[in-house]
Design a protein. Sequence first.
Lengths: 280, 377, 361
Amino acid sequence: MPRFSDKFRYWALVLPALAIMIVFYIWPLLGIWVISLNEPVVGLGNYAKMADSNAVKTSFVITFRVAFVTTIGCLILGYIVAYAISNFAGRVKPLMIALVLLPFWVSVLIRSFSWIVLLGRSGIVNDALRGAGIIDSPLRLMHNEFGVVLAMIHVMLPFAVLPMMANMRGISSSYVDAARGLGASEWTAFRKVYFPQTMPGVMSGALLVFVLSLGFYVTPALLGGGRVLMISEYITYQIQEFLNWGLGSALSVTLLVATALVIAVAARFVNLRSALLERG
Amino acid sequence: MTDTTDHEAKLDLVEIAAYRYREGRLTRRGFISAMAALGVLPALGSKALAGANELVVVNWGGRPTEVLQEVLGDTYTAATGVKVIVDGSGPSGGKIRAMVESGAVVWDLCDSGMGTAIILEQQGITQPIDYNIVDRNKVIEGTAYSNGVGNYVYSYVLATNSKMLGGNVPKTWADVWNTKDFPGMRTFRKSVRGMLESAVMAQGVPTKDVYEVLGTQDGINGAIDMFRKLRENIIVWGSGSDSQNLFLQEEVAMGNIWHTRAFLLKDQIEGGTFDISFDGGVIAPGVWVVPKNNPAGTEEVMKFIAHGQDPALQVKWLELIGSGPINPAAAALVPPELAAWNPSSPENLATQILYNDEWYAKNQQAAEELYIDALIN
Amino acid sequence: MTDPILSIRNAVKTYGKINALDRVDLDVADGEFLTLLGPSGSGKTTLLTAIAGFAPLTSGTVSLRGKNISGEPPEHRGFGMVFQGYALFPTMSVRDNVAFPLRVRKRPKSEVDARVEECLDLVQMNAFADRMPSQLSGGQQQRIALARALSFKPQVLLLDEPLSALDKKLRADLQWELKALHDRLGVTFIYVTHDQDEALSMSDRIVILKDGRIQQQGDPETLYNLPRTPFVADFLGKSNFMDLTVTAREATGLSCTIGNAAFPVDAPDALAIGERVKVALRPERIRLAEAGKEMLSGTVRQVSYLGERCQVIVKHEELGEILVSRPTWKVGVHPEAGLAVSFGWDRDACVVLENDENEAA
């Protein structure tokens, strides 16, 4: 057997994945940058057009607003779930974790359609409310931002729960015991001692959900009724409907840069390495 | 290290695969992946595939895909022995372009629209129609282009569900904009196509003057403002099935949708409460386009297009899913009970305007921008 | 005992079928340094946890100065606590950690600041007030944990194996400090450990637990010299065990035999002739001499020098292997393996044991 140097081994292990990334990700990505500057004419025309367009600006505002609200919703609900699983689940813990992961096995498309069944004008929720005599005419629960945010919180919830749960798993119960033994009430012990220690998990959950939400397509497209046009739907629209690759690419590049900026800003407050790599 | 790859052996494998493919023992998908695995796909061109005994026709999914298979595909196979596969994956201009530019063309014939056909032609993505094989007299005048030819007509019509309106049904576009007397949600397309016209008519402009009004920026802005005013009552449809679902799930009470979808809805909505009006409709042809380097070759596709021009088949198409005949000769064969649902019947043609491609080529992109802004901002 | 500060009555704690505490009664005197000693699973930590209020007793009561506090949550009991692994709050500075018990009690800021200084001074850690716990060594963290537990002047301080994570030398130093601190402050310490040296060196009183029951309690000297059961004799220091038969009653005590060997034992009068007894004999109570000089003869099997002491294993025909521990400067012989020696002890060196409680049951 020939003897390989460590360096050779290192590259032999890394190279296949790297090659796939370069060929199927980096290269097309560069292609998108090039297209955004080349079509239909060479120059910054697409970016100028984008900056001029009220629709694009509004779409970016909607995108960030929806992502922000989704993130807040996921953090609140996810924290409760992660906290309950980490501290009270006991023997049913594996089952509860499985339930958190379960949605991953059902496609986002199916989950979004399920929300249509639930939230529609003649959907389950409206029918139940009408049947109970609580409302006379159906509520508008979807085809607006409310429906989109609700379904997105559902889709994104596991991404918030998992990092927070991993973080909470690493927090010994002795801290809360210590706080209570030293005179703190249950609530004070949680607020002053437990909660600050979960901040890394909260931050990485927030970052994950926010970044994923920024580029989200399926759910807003299905539940937005065309009035909650997030930027990725806008991109699809430009490319598929108008064959406008130039503007579509420029939008993609802008979304990419915006997302990178979010991560860069987050890096000032969160230790990204520990937030994303060393879970718990 | 020298390159010891045996190129000749590889070419031989390509020939074998192509042979098996011609024999019908390898599916096209299998063939394409075999070629890709051999790394020879881009160099292959249409040569190895020419004469392959299969046509892939692509439209937009749902029932029309089945009907196209049945009415045009199976009859063509019966007549010529050439297998026709109808794929409903939606041949958007973007996808066609991506396919042609990547060199991996798997589609032979695509059901497109006039606007897209013109853009694709300008971008050099499609090939010219061979009017030696396809008969330019068997389509409505003005729908035979150099790189596309009409295949059927469809209309943007005012659709209503009287059940949700308490029997008080809007008759005109002006009624649709009157939310006081006609409450409820409306649906419009996620694009200005066929929509701006209705907004102009809602302002009281006579049908024949619609594109004249839209010819000025003020006219466009006026139409856009109409949507801005109405937007709280609008749910947007993206695909034909979206529009169908919105009515079926009673999300909307009225809207501007394709008559082909309305044709399905009239049987799906119980109690016969669903109706449409061609008055103030916009009629547009569907257009066949052929991607460059299509795998089955130019001649086979042209023969298929010509096959589809048969008036009897066109009426059959109407009967099944309401697609209007592109061949004017077909109107005489339409059964009387369907005459009211035929967009190209002389009576219905009289109350509609023909979709104006020129206007769209010039104004669509700018108008779309304004339209989205009006709906979301 | 005058009025105890803390009394536990008939404490039972069960986990499923296991009795972690089995009918425990205990009184703690004000200002006492009480150690709960036992191997893991003996119930010592369960007892401390029940006193602290983290896990309520299955039955029984805990009373503080005569008031039943069994139902009170931990934060209302007012005990200071030092945890195994310290449990310093990692997101707070040293200063904030020490101030924590005062702040949750809503003491005025001036008092908090003064008291924090005072407590850090007590453990000589003023210089580290603004560090984070992760920047401190184990011993330093231990001192902070102590300062934090004492900052609000609790009447009782509960310590759960506070030194177990430290290395031996540091542990010995801190034992002295803890003891000195206890004596200076007059606070009642309840200290849990599995380390007998720690227990012996610091405690006013040691309570030895096994399988959820108190085996024996008393001051270190009594416990060491007069263990009642083989478990206590073995757990607290080392012992040689011998099963003897009572053969004669003499004016000064009993004469006992094993095989052909006979020797005197101090023992209760109740023992009858012919009865079999188990006795414990501390290795350091055995004398070594040249062959023939003491009452029993044997052969040296193994020798190990431990610096200040020298341990010798002597093989005797009937008694088997006997462990002898002598001061290095006064071994009695120059022992090496194979050497024939004689050995013996004073009559009060043997302690007659009861059977282990659970073995009897």
